[in-house]
Design a binder for this molecule. Structure first.
Ligand code: XMP
Length: 504
């Protein structure tokens, strides 16, 4: 499928969100590195992303501006992209000392093209330290922030720039701004998830041929979509499910039933003891992730033998947050499917990750196209390393079982109260300390459970959910009464950022 909009990645954590926002408007957008600009042909528009570097730094990421101009298509610079364009057009940028981060207001001075129909003083989202300090001749200011600093610029009929991030939902009218930009594109939108599915199946078939593919399944949306995609593409696929013992209560059986319903045979490996043994004495979250990731691979190899290709349902947030996408973004945490051995396999060309450019909601749309029932598609995400990253400190069998019981009550009660569907992800964490309480007139020195519920579009940012007090009270009572060794329940009211969704 032909790329219509190229997003040049200068390393912002949000770059792929731009891609997604553009796809939402029906244009096929893809991500490219700055050095790839010169090979782009037949593109309809270009967006230069934000990034963590300063344009004034030595060796700051750069582009071939003459090539960009010669393409003769609409260009939008976002944050770093805008500053870079301002310099290229002959203006100036001053490095800031403090990073401006968070909400700001947009005062519109020129409600044409880019800011057409955008409300004056609407909220925008900033994340930058440099500021445009001098404009080149002929540059028009379309909008300013409250301090009178230009935050939306137009250099000519095709080159635009904005200092804020239109791609994040906190920029209230960001979608409208991107839509206005896309109205400058000459070609019609040509992207839909249905055509994407057909192309994806065809390209996987082409790249794999008759090779044997081993595929890890977890029962979650991503790996279920992956397994069914491969199955329906007539690939020779061997789906393996590893029961790590770090799963939710009864999850192994549920996963088995789910695949039976989809008519896909899965091979189940029961490996609880082996996971417990590699986690023994380990407290560091990165080490836990590393060991779990390694054992996953050992088990796959033991079972599958000499396989040609290993497929996994990696999504884009897993790639970008582990900073292995070739982008300049900073490393946040190593997701289990981005451990070194997987990266080594990548180099050998033995890893297949057909979903790695997609976000969760796009994967759900793809799953719907493949005929996966809604209740499977809308299951809350569950991390690969499972409950291990919800037990800060050493993971033990006793702690897992306490957490499984508490989690089962939490999820069940959320469903009963009609809140499960409204929540993007709900999870429980077992704190690495005991606290004093009273049970039946006796001193109780027992565990504390943290409940967390977030809404998110794509796991890159998240907000905590205002679950009604009576629902929380009921959940807390049930956990305190029914789960042994727990005497305290807390509710996590942290947004991401700065917190992440999981505690580890
Ligand atoms: P964080 O905690 O990074 O989580 O805000 C974002 C989303 O990713 C899930 N998560 C993982 N998923 N392997 C996965 O497949 C992992 O190692 C992993 N770590 C976190 C998390 O549950 C949330 O949905």
């Amino acid at each position: 499928m032909k790329t219509q909009v190229a997003v040049i990645d200068f390393g912002s954590q949000y770059t792929q969100l731009i891609v997604r926002r553009i796809r939402e408007q029906g244009y096929l957008a893809r991500l490219f590195q700055p050095s790839e600009l010169n090979v782009l042909k037949e593109i309809n528009a270009i967006i230069l992303s934000g990034g963590p570097r300063s344009v004034k730094e030595k060796n700051a990421p750069d582009i071939d501006f003459e090539y960009l101009k010669d393409l003769n298509i609409p260009v939008l610079g976002v944050c770093y992209g805008m500053q870079l364009l301002n310099i290229k057009w002959g203006g100036q940028v001053t490095p800031g000392i403090v990073r401006e981060y968070g909400p700001a207001t947009l005062s519109i001075s020129d409600p044409q093209t880019l800011l057409k129909d955008v409300s004056n003083h609407s909220q925008i989202w900033m994340s930058h330290s440099d500021t445009v300090s001098q404009l080149p001749e002929g540059c028009r200011v379309l909008g300013e922030n409250a301090a009178g600093i230009p935050v939306a610029l137009q250099w000519n009929e095709q080159f635009y720039g904005i200092q804020f991030h239109p791609e994040v939902s906190h920029s209230k009218e960001g979608k409208k701004i991107l839509k206005n930009f896309l109205s400058l594109v000459k070609e019609k939108p040509a992207f839909s998830i249905a055509t994407f599915k057909d192309e994806l199946m065809a390209s996987v078939r082409d790249s794999i041929g008759g090779k044997k593919v081993v595929c890890g399944v977890s029962g979650g949306v991503d790996s279920t979509v992956l397994a069914l995609l491969l199955h329906k593409a007539n690939i020779n696929v061997h789906p393996i499910f590893i029961d790590t013992g770090l799963l939710r209560k009864n999850e192994s059986k549920e996963v088995h039933d789910q695949f039976k319903q989809l008519d896909v045979n899965i091979d189940i490996i029961a490996a609880k003891d082996r996971f417990l043994s590699v986690l023994k004495g380990i407290e560091d979250p990165e080490k836990k992730r590393q060991r779990i990731g390694d054992l996953f691979l050992d088990l796959f190899w033991e079972r599958a033998g000499n396989m040609d290709i290993f497929a996994q349902g990696t999504l884009y947030p897993d790639v970008i947050e582990s900073a292995t996408s070739g982008s300049i973004a900073s490393k946040i945490k190593t997701h289990h499917n981005r451990v070194q051995r997987i990266l080594d396999l990548h180099k050998e060309g033995k890893v297949l990750e057909p979903l790695s450019t997609l976000f969760k909601d796009e994967v759900r749309a793809l799953g719907k196209e493949l005929g996966i029932p809604k209740d499977m598609l809308y299951r809350h995400p569950f991390p690969g390393p499972g409950l291990a990253v919800r037990i800060p400190g050493e993971v033990t069998e006793e702690k897992i079982s306490i957490l499984q019981e508490a989690d089962a009550i939490y999820i069940h009660e959320l469903k009963q109260a009609g809140w499960y569907e409204k929540i993007w992800q709900a999870c429980t964490t077992l704190l690495p300390c005991k606290t004093v309480g009273v049970k039946g007139d006796e001193r109780a020195y027992e565990h504390a459970i943290v409940l967390r519920a977030v809404i998110s579009e794509d796991a890159m940012t998240a907000d905590w959910v205002e679950i009604p007090y009576e629902v929380l009270r009921n959940i807390s009572n049930k956990i305190l009464n029914e789960v042994s060794h727990v005497n305290r329940v807390l509710y996590d009211i942290s947004t991401k950022p700065p917190a992440s969704i999981e505690w580890e």
